[in-house]
Design a protein around this ligand. Structure first.
Ligand SMILES: Nc1nc2c(ncn2[C@@H]2O[C@H](COP(=O)(O)OP(=O)(O)OP(=O)(O)O)[C@@H](O)[C@H]2O)c(=O)[nH]1
Ligand SMILES: [Mg+2]
Length: 261
């Protein structure tokens, strides 16, 4: 049972980015070229761009299509030390979005010598390096020494070089983003039906009960005690097969469909 439940949960993980879309967020020092890249990925002039550091304050969010994968992209205030309360508030909101993203794009200016940034480090640690891609910008200008891509490779971060001005590397970047966002997804298995979000929640809860049940049986617990877990697991799986219908299911059905109007 545990294996079958795990198989269904894996199918849900594979299908989720396509069903629910994914979230990607740009972060990095002021003036690194985040908003220019945001516009380049969107294919339109959405965000203000200026050579003055600290141009973006409120975060911006727009939908992009990565070859059939819907992605919500966030641009935010650049990272720097500041005591401007409005800039700080904007940065905090942006960082909250970025930490919750499926993919963080660490935007680094490739034309100025690289300096590590504590706030960026914290974001990378929160996301984990597997969910971060380094984007070295301004590839149309002379590269700086030390090169950010080399410096960051030591931290296990992969880098893509782009120029928002010429468009160089943008296609490589979108391909790399798609690969990263689908890394967990893997190829779909046509024979396994992918559960939806509600079913996946019941499956995850049932999985916990089944794993506990297995441990209890191994520990030699009496059947009247292990039976409680078995009953809970059955009820949770029954929520999916329709054998039991908890009030939350009815509420969620009525919430999403206008039945009875
Ligand atoms: N040559 C060149 N300049 C670029 C490129 N991308 C951005 N810039 C310039 O770099 C400056 C900063 O660009 P922005 O996109 O506003 O940078 P940002 O990271 O959003 O800056 P903040 O909002 O202040 O954090 C602007 O003068 C841009 O024109 C690029 O690919 N090549
Ligand atoms: Mg900006």
């Amino acid at each position: 049972m545990l294996d079958r439940v795990d198989g269904l949960l894996a199918a849900n993980r594979r299908a989720r980015p396509f069903r629910e879309g994914a979230r990607a967020a740009l972060f990095g020092r002021v003036n690194a070229g985040k908003s220019s890249l945001f516009n380049a990925l969107l294919g339109r002039d959405r965000a203000l761009v200026a050579d003055r550091p600290g141009t973006t304050r409120d975060f911006l969010e727009e939908a992009i299509d990565l070859d059939g994968l819907a992605v919500t992209l966030t641009d935010m205030a650049g990272l720097r030390e500041t005591d401007d309360t409005v800039e700080l508030a904007g940065k905090k909101r942006g960082l909250d979005r970025t930490r919750a993203a499926d993919l963080g794009l660490y935007v680094v200016d490739g034309s100025v010598p690289f300096r590590p940034d504590d706030e960026a480090r914290e974001v990378i640690a929160a996301l984990t390096p597997a969910k971060v891609l380094v984007v070295v910008t301004k590839a149309d200008l002379a590269p700086a020494d030390p090169d950010p891509a080399t410096a960051l490779a030591a931290d296990g971060l992969a880098a893509v070089r782009i120029s928002s001005r010429t468009g160089r590397g943008i296609a490589d970047l979108t391909a790399a983003m798609r690969t990263r966002l689908l890394a967990e997804a893997g190829p779909p298995e046509p024979d396994v039906p992918a559960p939806n979000a509600r079913e996946a929640a019941s499956l995850a809860a049932a999985r916990e009960e089944l794993a506990g049940l297995r441990d209890d049986i191994r520990a030699g617990l009496p059947y009247d005690l292990t039976g409680v877990r078995l009953e809970t697991a059955c009820r949770l799986l029954g929520d999916i097969t329709g054998e039991s219908t908890p009030d939350e299911v009815l509420a969620s059905v009525f919430d999403r469909f206008c039945i009875g109007k």
